[in-house]
Design a protein around this ligand. Sequence first.
Ligand code: C2E
Ligand code: CA
Ligand code: CA
Length: 755
Amino acid sequence: MTQVVDDFFEFGRSAKSFLVLANDLSVIDATSTFLAEWSLRRDEITGQSVFDVFSNTTDKTGSNDARPKTLISLQEVFDHAPGFLCVTRGPTHIVELVNKPCYQIVCHRPVVGMSARDISSVGGNYELVRLLDQVYATGQSYVGRAHKIKLQPSPGAACIEAYVNFVYRPIFNDEGAVAGILAFGYDVTKEILVRDELRSSEDRFHLALEAAGDGVWDWNIARQTFSLSARGRAMLGYDANEIGDSLEDWFSITHPEDQERTRDQTMACVQGRIPFLSCEYRVRCKNGSWKWLLARGAVIHRDGSGRATRMVGTTIDISSEQETLRRANFDSLTSLPNRSLFRDRLEHEVQISRRTGKPIALMFLDLDRFKEVNDLLGHAAGDSLLRECAKRIRSCVRAVDTVARLGGDEFTVILTDLDGRAHVEFIAQKILNVLARPFDLGQERIHVSGSIGITMHPDDGAYPEDLVRNADQAMYVAKNAGRNQFCFFTRSMQEKARHRISMIAELREALPKNQLQVYFQPIVELRTGHISKSEALLRWQHPQKGMLPPSEFIGLAEESGLINDIGNWVFIEAANWSKRWTEQAGKLFQVSINKSPIQFMPQKNTMNWGTHLRNLGIAWNSISVEITENLLFNTSTTTEERLLSMRDSGIQVAIDDFGTGYSSMAYLKKFDVDYLKIDQSFVAGSTADTISRTIAETIIVMAHKLGLKVIAEGIETQEQLDWLKQAGCDYGQGYLFSQPLPPDQFERLFAHRAA
Ligand code: C2E
Ligand code: CA
Ligand code: CA
């Protein structure tokens, strides 16, 4: 009997259900190694067939015992079995025992004691009887798979076709001859139908797709194979077998930038988080070029526990559409989303955030000193710097986050699905860190940094445009606070920004409304004590705020570009006064004006200062222009050309605030500078500290060696004046002589001193 039970049990194991049944009856402890001997016999007292179960259970304690454990009525076991169970005896297969499900096969007739041969005529399942004969005759068990039989689900119901898996196992008597057959089977109709349906729908699917000209892919997740139809391969130029047949082989020709996204989306579909896959990505063709493909697909089969076993889909070449779309949505230099796509994404993320309640962060990032690199090393270097920056910023965020380039050296980052501010700070710092690493551009090693403004949705603003404005304001603050830092948006920033905007609007009106004035401060020749020149200094008579010094508005004028018009106006004023005071003095009276670096940049309508002076009929050197050292040092070709042409036309050049910037002797020579203006700080410090004094004295000596004249600024005391005179300084300017004055007052002072 051991054979029978082993097989019985083996079959039960594969069918699982039998195991469960056995468990229910406490026959088997599933956690133990099960070895059992079951014997079938007729109980002498009751006349029933019974199973004796001798279990030899090696339990977890390792003890071994072999003794009868349970005695169960076989009928009881049979009736609980989910499948078909039947025991026949003798060559005519007299039914000894059947369980309830078997009655479906025999149209619910009583069959115990009858020959299976007679019964088969009832259900029409002749093949089942033929196989009983075969097993009985050969003594070999028979295993049938997906065997088609007829069933009557309930008495009186119509017969239906069904599929069963079953096993016939001979039962041997003590002499070793076949005495009967144990049959066990279960219904697999559902599985078979599903499989057939799947197969035919898959075939139809493939056919339809191939006909549509798409490539068809088939990923057998269970077997870990991936294949693309011939048409799909041809699209990329590959022949059969040129690419391996695993999904990884396919990922290996997927563009590195698209891999993570493609993988994520595929897994989302495999795990059932999204019903369909629709993913655009680039694949390397055989000839090395990249093609944009659109892959669409779905899981077409999952196993009993819901695990995806197979995914099928199509792939089409969308390169040309993609190209058009890409141009409209992506920055061609860095391949990052451009302004328009950025706006779309922001809009989208704000909507999601409203639904989920999860905050998002928007960062505006501006590279510090990018312009200088561009000017110094040229556009090609600037371009590679931007590309490298884009890559580095991208590396700091997750694939789901957006990094976009708005243009120039401005980037934005949208961080979604946030837990808190700490995370945002962490990312911002990470970005600053990666940007702080040196950039190797050809032969040059360059250092740049970034300034980041951050705003949060929904805390700081509900609408995308609010967020954009906030982030921009915060970035402006970060930049002004000294660069290479990040700054979160605050309400007070908004106040300041509002103030700035209204001030710019008012400044726009200032010139036409005659609110600007030029004050003049005398520049004294130290040797003689004569006022020999003056510096034009701008003032704004603000209608509400009163007289404003340049520190309150020059920055705004530069930022808004108004400095060009204002600067030209100052120049015209200075030229007029120079002409007048030259006539009054009977000798050249030079007026110096301050010129912002912005005024050297390319612009639409430039005023030709030389022509203006000629038309006024005054000398070129009536005007000298004060610029800062940094302008010389960071000069671009345009700036350089403008500076040199201004120089060549005779306008003199003074270096303002000398000693505070990048001082370079070479540049002083190159641009043939006329004056150095020693910065006020050295003059103010001269009384107290010797270092300031030494620096000032050195500047004077050096300037004279180079043939330049020196003007000391900010002279407030007699002591300072005495020292400067002694040091050989040529000119002086400061409150000791006079504050900057309105033209009429200056003129009176001038006339008085001359007299
Ligand atoms: P700056 O060119 O260095 O001008 C000298 C500044 O020092 C002036 O300030 C002047 O009033 C101040 N000053 C003169 N003597 C003394 C002194 O003895 N002690 C002290 N503590 N300060 C003294 P102001 O007029 O407020 O101008 C500030 C800056 O604004 C100027 O610095 C210049 O860079 C800029 N600025 C003035 N006018 C113009 C303009 O027309 N165009 C441009 N682009 N910038 C201008
Ligand atoms: Ca100046
Ligand atoms: Ca100065």
